[in-house]
Design a binder for this molecule. Sequence first.
Ligand code: FAD
Length: 221
Amino acid sequence: MTHTLEIKAISPVAHNVFSYDLERPDGFTFEPGQATEVSIDKDGWRDEKRPFTFTSLPDDDRLQFTIKSYPERGGVTDQLSHLLVGDRLIIDEPWGTISYRGKGVFIAGGAGLTPFLAILRAQNESGHLAGHTLLFANRRERDIILQDELDLMPGLITRHILSQEDKSGYDFGRIDRAYLEKVIEDFDQTFYICGPDQMVEDLKGILDDFGAKPEGLVFEE
Ligand SMILES: Cc1cc2nc3c(=O)[nH]c(=O)nc-3n(C[C@H](O)[C@H](O)[C@H](O)COP(=O)(O)OP(=O)(O)OC[C@H]3O[C@@H](n4cnc5c(N)ncnc54)[C@H](O)[C@@H]3O)c2cc1C
């Protein structure tokens, strides 16, 4: 069943990423980490469905998506970046992507943060954030989604890794074997990975070598 929902608020959360708050249909529920198919309620765009992850909490009054736009592709995310409050999105039923399996290490690349944002917000709300680590990889500081919120989450250990900017307060380079050996003390815990195809594939292989069994989700081919 689809729902056509009005956009109630749009907020920039990085230079090319926006959060969209939507009205929430009565009785609509989802689990943190789940996604749904989204399209734009405009001529020519209704059948162009793309998967996006809920970043609101299941009990919030509104539904929220946090979406990185790729203007150069001229696709749905480019269109989304031009929408205004009052425009409408069409969403489908929620479906499972990454589900929470307990405390551990969340490794995100770019917009791959979104399922972890939902999960970490939920853990924060229930006061159970201690014991979670976030390794968040981006190219530059300005690409980091919601850095202030992440850095202020009580109990969460966040490390930002920048591949194209060497700045104090940030790790420089890529999340690779040497980096993980340096920052992870215990590989006998749950690892979650979400990001571009190559990153997820590489890190799964490395973590597998260390005896960990990561849960991975590819966001970008
Ligand atoms: C389960 C799941 C959940 C997701 N959740 C989120 C989320 O919460 N937030 C978020 O920001 N993203 C999320 N994504 C990623 C998101 O779905 C894509 O960014 C989105 O589908 C891109 O749609 P688009 O129409 O803008 O571009 P696309 O459909 O990717 O591309 C449009 C056109 O551009 C061309 N193109 C494709 N790739 C490239 C490229 N690399 N360079 C140049 N041209 C290209 C193709 O010809 C294509 O026809 C999720 C993905 C999955 C699988």
